[in-house]
Design a protein around this ligand. Sequence first.
Ligand code: TXA
Ligand code: MG
Length: 344
Amino acid sequence: MKVIDLNRKNIYLKMMCAKIMSVSTASLEKAASLIKSGELVAFPTETVYGLGADATKGLAVAKIFEAKGRPNFNPLITHVRSLEEAEQYGEFSKAAKMIAHQFWPGPLSIIVPLKRDCGISELVTAGLDTIALRVPSHKTAQAFLSKCECPIAAPSANRSGSLSPTSALHVNHSLGDKIEIVLADGASEIGLESTVLDMSGDKPFLLRSGAITADDVSEILGKDIELHDENNDAPKSPGQLLKHYAPDTPIRLNAVDVKSGEALLGFGSIKFMGVEGGGFARDLPDGFCINLSEEGDFTEAASNLFAMLYKLDEVGAKGIAVMEIPDIGLGVAINDRLRRAERR
Ligand code: TXA
Ligand code: MG
């Protein structure tokens, strides 16, 4: 009896726990191979532990939202090794470069205009035309980025709504059943998420406070920085809120048919989807009918969402009819974004 119980316990532990791997050549190689095959890896940084995925692979990035159970698609920070690498993905003004030279590598994320066709998944930037970039100083984070040879999108490695993790054990406690390995390297030195500085417009804004303060930034730029802290409860003016991408073409949700002049964003089988006045959606003109996921797979749908909305926005349709997407799992975040786009 005891033997059976022990086996059960082992199976249970295996199911619930990621493998905490202390940093070594072997663990870094394992981590990089998981990233290259589109999986998630938790890794240490000087701020908090991050839940990383290859930022160029939409399906991998979708798994981040799935694992965290995030009810929305807020944009993620892309981690790279150097300013030089960051410049492959973002346009750095003279001022943004000054800031990067001063504070990178370190606990600062800089938002700059996104470079077109740079390969970053639209899910990372949530369809915005800006990107948040960070060069972490943590030795293991740097080694991990080098081995992966790709930009890494990473929010904090905790389930949505719980505390940001500052140790591998925290990560395991929160996400152990969702990821294969946690690269472990002690406690995060800073223990607070990076400062987020928006340098994408004419005026710099501090969107999130962190170890690098508004005063630190002001000193380098020689002017005051406005604070638009998302964690601050003070009332916000519309300009302070995170901008959300929405197509210009009106969106109609939970469509059961396609109205005249509309394009269709499908989910699952569109075999029986009709067009008002006769005919089938599948016979719509080229480009007017695309499917988030024919199999009704949420991860695939999430990874396609922004890119497909962009496409449909450009075909000259009167509206975009969106089929019903169940409000479960990643469907919650997909619907959140679609509802914002509908209200716009
Ligand atoms: O310390 C950190 O920053 C950690 C470690 C892992 O690097 N990461 C982290 O990521 O805290 P996350 O996803 O929890 O926070 C990203 C923040 C959010 O507040 C998001 O709204 C903002 O950055 N952000 C990202 N891209 C943005 C953009 N293009 N425009 C405005 N805000 C953006
Ligand atoms: Mg977080």
